[in-house]
Design a protein around this ligand. Structure first.
Ligand SMILES: [Zn+2]
Length: 178
């Protein structure tokens, strides 16, 4: 792509994004900065969070629908506005990598987590029909199961403490078999 075309595309994209944010803000009555994690999940994938006086967390779920020949991977992004953990169940030891860190760390996450929020907005992406449906969930609480519970708790830790705390992988013992 030529340089001027690239800039034009980037500008058009920025303009489109601004319009989308405006629309979501008005329709669902949410402050615009709280929408950003969902927009990032749509654009870059993965989970994101935002924190200031208020906070929001976006986590992404994926399911593949396959008819034996052709399929598509549907994505469902949950955006939690000012979420709170009501209850959590179980402990799972796992390695997680944070975007800003080089190595993975050992963390303990809840297996299931019951989350309530001021609002839960859902974006359903269908790559086959090339549509993104954005709607508000009727309930303001939801039970998250793995792997969504892990993604949520990772972002929740960012919201509460900014940095993810964990043990580094170099403390693991290597066992040579065979
Ligand atoms: Zn992280």
């Amino acid at each position: 792509m030529k340089e001027e075309n690239k800039i034009e595309t980037a500008l058009r994209f920025l303009f489109e994004e601004k319009k989308i944010i405006e629309k979501i803000k008005r329709r669902f009555k949410i402050r615009e900065e709280l929408i950003i994690p969902m927009l990032f999940s749509i654009k870059y994938g993965g989970s994101w969070s935002y924190v200031n006086e208020e906070c929001s967390i976006a986590v992404k779920d994926r399911t593949t629908i396959f008819d034996g020949n052709v399929g598509f991977t549907k994505e469902k992004i949950y955006l939690f506005i000012n979420p709170e953990v009501v209850e959590s169940r179980g402990i799972v030891y796992r390695l997680e990598k944070c975007g800003s860190k080089k190595e993975r760390v050992l963390v303990k996450r809840a297996y299931e987590v019951h989350v309530k929020a001021d609002k839960i907005i859902v974006a359903e992406i269908n790559p086959k029909t090339k549509t993104i449906l954005i709607r508000e969930e009727k309930l303001n609480n939801i039970l998250l199961k793995p792997p969504l519970s892990y993604s949520f708790m990772h972002e929740y830790e960012h919201v509460m403490k900014r940095e993810i705390e964990g043990e580094d992988i170099f403390g693991f013992s290597i066992i040579y078999g065979g």
